[in-house]
Design a protein around this ligand. Structure first.
Ligand SMILES: Cc1ncc(COP(=O)(O)O)c(C=O)c1O
Length: 439
């Protein structure tokens, strides 16, 4: 693969930033007997915290000794802590067996960069793999954090229609071949300035907002198309470990024989979102560009968060992680089931839905109402005592009435979940009556 095709002009160019301080500091580390007068690192003597104890809800205590604290309080490697990188590598071996894990081609070989969550990954990755006027292909409904990051680099998103298995292969081919026509149809102000698509971004498991899981067969079809038209696939997969079936649907990374998949993982939903831990993996040529990009973004993800993940999962190998997967499944699957049974009971004449096989969202289509924007009326939200997100919030660009809405079933008690769906049902029924009677 010629990765230059996928690296923006700034990151391809000579001047990718000034990292002299960091370079000298790293060099100094290799000669411990020399006096290091390089970086603006404060003295350990002035750091207020000397050690720490994390108490887990299961009774385990995780100690952070003074020596460990000495290790984590200075500026950290922009790639991530070495031990965490080792753990992540093992983790990918187990869950994704990347075909290019130890590939002899140093550009295509599997590599890792730890980031502050998936958003942190997108914010450093997107300016590398897309630039002004690049057409980017993605699902027709999207997590707004993604589209905001595409907007920030002034790339032009084109949405692809989906069925119950995700993006339709013929929609992908159609958009690759007829991208300019699609851009014109979608109202691009400058279609002649746009560049043909090189990147396909997808959330293949427990898709946000639709909850869809893309089966392996569909992934293989999409991957073949990406090979034929030389696309990079960005697999943003924060819900991979929230699969409710016994057998996990494999990732794009697990079928990536070319080195054209960049995978984003997140501990936000799996561990705690406030810790801001995720990572991006894929061909070294791209990941090795992400690492310096992170220096000028956040320098490195927070060390407490990295050590917390390591302390929690590092010692137990993969066992602790597997237990956690099971724990989350035991917690969320009954809530998913309850949500679906409540929809059947209270809303079957009013909405259609796809039962999510993964993730934390339930996506529904209003059968008798043309637009779900009525659900943002703050007076009505108070009156009915429930808040949901209208489907328009997941559109790449406004498209007229959108009859979808998304609910999340994770946070509330089962009583509140039931109460919320009953309130929503009442609201939908009242709104339908109003719409039908033309009030
Ligand atoms: C598809 C998708 N990508 C990225 C994110 C952001 O994840 P993080 O909290 O790890 O930044 C979310 C969060 O909801 C998401 O649904």
């Amino acid at each position: 693969m010629d990765y230059n095709r996928f690296i923006s002009s700034y990151y391809r160019g000579e001047k990718k930033g000034n990292y002299m301080i960091r370079k000298m500091a790293l060099l100094a580390e290799t000669v411990p007997e020399a006096v290091d007068l390089t970086s603006g690192m404060p003295s350990w003597d002035t750091f207020p915290i000397s050690s720490a104890t994390f108490k887990c809800k299961n009774g385990t205590t995780l100690e952070l000794s003074e020596d460990e604290m000495k290790d984590i309080t200075p500026y950290q490697s922009s790639q991530g802590m070495t031990e965490l990188l080792t753990w992540i590598r093992k983790f990918h071996e187990k869950y994704h067996s990347p075909p290019l894990m130890d590939n002899e081609n140093s550009e295509r070989r599997f590599d890792i960069c730890v980031t502050p969550g998936a958003m942190g990954a997108m914010s450093v990755l997107f300016p590398i793999i897309m630039e002004r006027n690049d057409v980017v292909l993605l699902e027709e409904f999207n997590y707004p954090g993604t589209t905001n990051n595409i907007d920030k680099v002034s790339a032009y998103p084109i949405e692809l229609s989906m069925d119950e298995f995700g993006v339709k292969p013929d929609a992908l081919v159609d958009a690759i071949v007829n991208w300019k026509q699609k851009a014109i149809e979608s109202g691009a102000p400058n279609p002649d300035d746009l560049n043909p698509p090189k990147v396909f971004y997808t959330v293949p498991i427990g898709h946000n907002p639709t909850g869809i899981v893309v089966p392996l067969q569909r992934k293989k079809e999409i991957y073949k198309i990406a090979q034929k038209y030389n696309l990079l696939i960005v697999e943003d997969d924060p819900y991979f470990y929230f699969q409710y079936d016994e057998i996990f649907t494999p990732s794009y990374q697990s079928i990536d024989v070319d080195g054209r998949v960049i995978r984003i993982d997140s501990m936000a939903k799996f561990f705690a979102p406030g810790l801001r831990i995720g990572w991006v993996t894929g061909p070294s040529k791209i990941i090795r560009t992400v690492i310096p990009a992170q220096v000028s973004a956040t320098i490195a993800p927070g060390a407490f968060a990295q050590i917390a993940v390591l302390k929690l999962f590092g010692k137990t190998g993969m066992v602790g992680f597997q237990d956690r997967i099971q724990e989350l499944k035991n917690f969320y699957k009954p809530k998913r089931d309850l949500s679906v049974s409540l929809l059947k009971k209270h809303l079957k004449d009013d909405v259609e839905w796809i039962e999510p096989q993964a993730g934390i969202f339930l996506w529904m289509k209003l059968k008798n109402l043309s637009d779900s924007m009525i659900f943002i009326d703050s007076e009505d939200c108070r009156k009915y005592g429930v808040f949901v997100v209208p489907g328009a919030g997941f559109l790449v660009r406004p498209k007229g009435p959108c009859p979808y809405l998304r609910i999340s079933f994770t946070r509330m008690s089962t009583e509140d979940l039931e109460k919320g769906i009953i309130c929503l049902s009442q609201w939908i029924k009242d709104a339908t009556r109003k719409e039908l009677s033309g009030i």
